[in-house]
Every structure is written in structure tokens, then in C-alpha cells.
Design a protein. Structure first.
Length: 198
């Protein structure tokens, strides 16, 4: 028989298969190694859980603390959460303006505090939604909207510590009634001055 005539029946070298006992021992050792890695590295780094003190000894719990601090900073930087120093408020009031009279109505707000608002009047009024920084000696104010209308609603986040609110002016010869509703984090200042007659 030549090399070309060899049959496929040649089995080649035999490989010894492991016994069932060897397989059980290897599986047990692999499971034990996985548990050691879990308790010594994974739990201390990912969750700050250090059952046997190995994470502290290897310096791995510091990684968990650093990860927690980074997640906290990221959340604050994204602006999705803000702890408030004042209580949540619900406030409603009715304001009557005589003919040719103006009035300012204010709320004290921390920087980043939020408020939802809605007001409506029974006649067209001139209004300005604006704010003034606290303790600003220059008289600076920031105007957000200045229009004529009968209603306004929306959400507001205070850009600075100070007062925020509306100035309404009745330019008609008849009284005007304004109903204002607000919810959020603020302190009610109300009318900082008496009504202003124009």
C-alpha cells in the first residue's frame, strides 16, 4: 500500500479523557477562585462592600468611593437634581388694579430654585416678568418677558439669588382683576411697594 492508498480509518494518537472526579475537582477550584475574586475585588470596587477587608488591603475600596464621587458630580453638573433650602410652596392670590394703576408682585428665590406659575386677568394688562439680584446696589434687573396680554403660564428656574416676579399695569379706565397661582420653592414677598398710580 502506498501513501496515497492510506485509509481514513487511521485513528492517530489517543488522548486520555479526564475522569469524573478530575472534572468535579476542577469545577470546584474554578468556583472557589470566582468567589475569591468576587469578594476580594468585584464587591469592594463596584459596590463598596468589603466583607473580609481584602478590598481595603488592596486599595480597591478607594476606587468605589471615587466612582461614587464622580457619579454625584456628574449628576450635579447635568442639573437634574437640586436640594432645596426652603419648603415647597403653593400660593394663590387675587390682585385688583384700579384704572391707570400698576403693581409689582414678588417671590424670593435661591439660585437654581424652580417655580411653576399661571396668571390670568379679566382685561388686557401690560406686564413684565423680571428679577433683581439680592443686595445689588446698582438697581440692575433682568427682564424675562415684557408684553400686553390676559394670561401667562410656564416654568421658571431662578438664575440668581434674589426676587423674581411680575409688574402689571392697568392702562384701561376700568378696574382689572388678576388671579395668580404659583407652586415651587420660594418665599412670598408679595407687593414690595404700594400700588403705583400712573
Amino acid at each position: 500500500m502506498t501513501n496515497e492508498e492510506k485509509t481514513i480509518n487511521d485513528e492517530g494518537p489517543k488522548v486520555a479523557t479526564p475522569s469524573k472526579l478530575s472534572i468535579v475537582k476542577a469545577t470546584g477550584l474554578a468556583g472557589l477562585a470566582a468567589l475569591v475574586i468576587l469578594f476580594a475585588a468585584v464587591l469592594p470596587v463596584e459596590y463598596g462592600i468589603d466583607v473580609f477587608g481584602a478590598g481595603e488591603a488592596l486599595g480597591l475600596t478607594a476606587l468605589s468611593k471615587q466612582k461614587d464621587a464622580e457619579e454625584t458630580v456628574t449628576t450635579k453638573e447635568q442639573g437634574v437634581y437640586k436640594a432645596e433650602s426652603v419648603l415647597f410652596q403653593e400660593h394663590a392670590t387675587t390682585i385688583t388694579l384700579n384704572p391707570r394703576e400698576g403693581l409689582e408682585y414678588k417671590f424670593r428665590m435661591e439660585e437654581g430654585s424652580s417655580m411653576l406659575y399661571m396668571w390670568q386677568s379679566d382685561k388686557v394688562v401690560a406686564y413684565e416678568f423680571h428679577g433683581e439680584p439680592q443686595d445689588d446696589p446698582t438697581g440692575y434687573f433682568q427682564s424675562y418677558e415684557k408684553e400686553n396680554g390676559t394670561t401667562q403660564q410656564g416654568g421658571f428656574v431662578s438664575p440668581f439669588l434674589g426676587t423674581q416676579g411680575w409688574y402689571w399695569e392697568n392702562k384701561t379706565n376700568e378696574p382689572v382683576t388678576i388671579q395668580l397661582e404659583t407652586v415651587g420653592y420660594f418665599e412670598v414677598v408679595g407687593d414690595p411697594k404700594k400700588p403705583i398710580t400712573q
